[in-house]
Design a protein around this ligand. Structure first.
Ligand code: SAH
Length: 363
């Protein structure tokens, strides 16, 4: 029992501080924290305490829009495995599987192609683990990549996983590049501010002379995760498909965004109750894979990828099987591939062991 005074049993009772209040208090006492740390703490709280997906949640992802997404990903990976000539079933590994919808659709499509992988999920949220178990009862869970099994090839999928990992931001000031911190602003509200830490040597040479106020992002956690996955693929064999919104760096810009109830929100308000993401630098991910001598395909846009994998034919077959849903199926396909919807912003990166076949879907 703590010896602190105040409140106490039978008194007014001490109200437990909310996550946002605790974080604000710890910044008030200990000083600003880095933006990366802020994003790591708030997202751990956010994902750990809710299922954020779907119409009643904060955002919707491709596998929640249509079964065609997971099916085509499953077929693409199953096809790599079949062409590899391997016999023992591989491991299907998914990072941040959300509700487990993509995995369930992929497993069904793979099973039809005669592939029956053993499923391993990297997922930290207890709430989402429960959702995933409902879809894939035998899934084996991991807190991170390090504990994934080492004895067989891996077929790896990550959809909207890398965008949730914490980014570090640097801001160009009159005195050079400084790390972006989160401190207390007006009225005790959290606010971003340039810190003391000198970041010049972290900025790609060609961007260092950018105008004052410019922002550069880097996702150390994402690069580390990609390197760990690539090492596994290089040792164990297999392939990976990484899908996310992002760009081919190096480039400048502040892509930190918060989403709540399907609308953009202030990343520094409703602390811990917004989904915080940043755009993914696919060049960094591809370079990590190349460092481990993997074959890298893409990135191509999600629209190109799904079209090359035959989403048109799949949509037609589904519409013929369920004519009363033909309109919805057509609409879902449009959302996934149209350039003004998810088709262009979302990109797909394909990786494979250098002695393995490469996945289809890349122009
Ligand atoms: N892939 C799913 C969900 C995307 S949301 C879909 O497409 O619907 C991001 C997912 O990553 C969630 O499952 C979340 O709990 C998980 N996640 C976020 N940060 C993580 C981390 N550091 N380690 C493991 N999982 C994480």
């Amino acid at each position: 029992m703590s010896g602190e005074s105040g409140g106490g049993e039978g008194g007014f009772g001490r109200r437990e501080l909310s996550f946002a209040e605790q974080l604000a208090r710890s910044i008030a006492n200990g000083g600003p924290i880095s933006l990366a740390q802020y994003m790591a703490l708030t997202n751990a709280h956010y994902y750990g305490t809710r299922d954020p997906l779907g119409a009643n949640g904060d955002f919707t992802t491709a596998p929640e829009i249509s079964q065609m997404f997971g099916e085509l990903i499953g077929l693409a990976l199953g096809d790599v495995w079949l062409r590899s000539g391997q016999r023992k079933p591989p491991y299907y590994v998914e990072l941040g599987p959300g509700r487990g919808t993509l995995a369930a659709d992929a497993m069904r499509a793979m099973a039809q192609a005669g592939v029956a992988p053993i499923v391993h999920f990297v997922e930290t949220s207890p709430v989402l683990r429960e959702r995933q178990t409902a879809h894939i009862p035998h899934a084996v869970f991991h807190d991170d990549i390090d504990t994934l099994p080492t004895d067989r090839p891996l077929l790896i999928v990550a959809n909207e996983f890398f965008d949730a990992l914490p980014v570090q931001q640097s801001i160009r000031t009159e005195d050079g590049w400084r790390e972006m911190m989160v401190g207390l602003g007006e009225g005790g509200r959290l606010a971003p501010q340039a810190g003391q830490r000198v970041m010049d040597h972290h900025i790609p040479a060609e961007l260092r002379d950018a105008p004052v106020g410019s922002i550069h992002e880097s996702c150390v956690a994402g690069a580390a995760a990609m390197l760990a996955l690539s090492r596994r693929l290089a040792k164990q064999g297999g392939a990976a498909l990484i899908i996310d919104y992002g760009y081919e760096g190096p480039s400048l810009g502040d892509s930190l965004q918060a989403v709540r109830f399907h609308h953009y929100a202030d990343p520094f308000a409703q602390v811990g109750d917004n989904d915080l993401t940043a755009h993914v630098d696919f060049t960094v991910l591809a370079n990590a894979a190349r460092q481990e001598e993997l074959i890298v395909k893409g990135p191509v846009t999600q629209g190109v990828f799904l079209t090359l994998l035959g989403i048109d034919a799949r949509a037609q077959a589904l519409a013929e099987a369920t004519p009363d849903q033909a309109k919805e199926i057509e609409g879902a396909m449009r959302r996934l591939v149209a350039r003004d919807q998810m088709g262009r912003l979302f990109k797909v990166l394909g990786l494979s062991h250098r002695d393995w076949p490469t996945p289809e879907g890349f122009a």
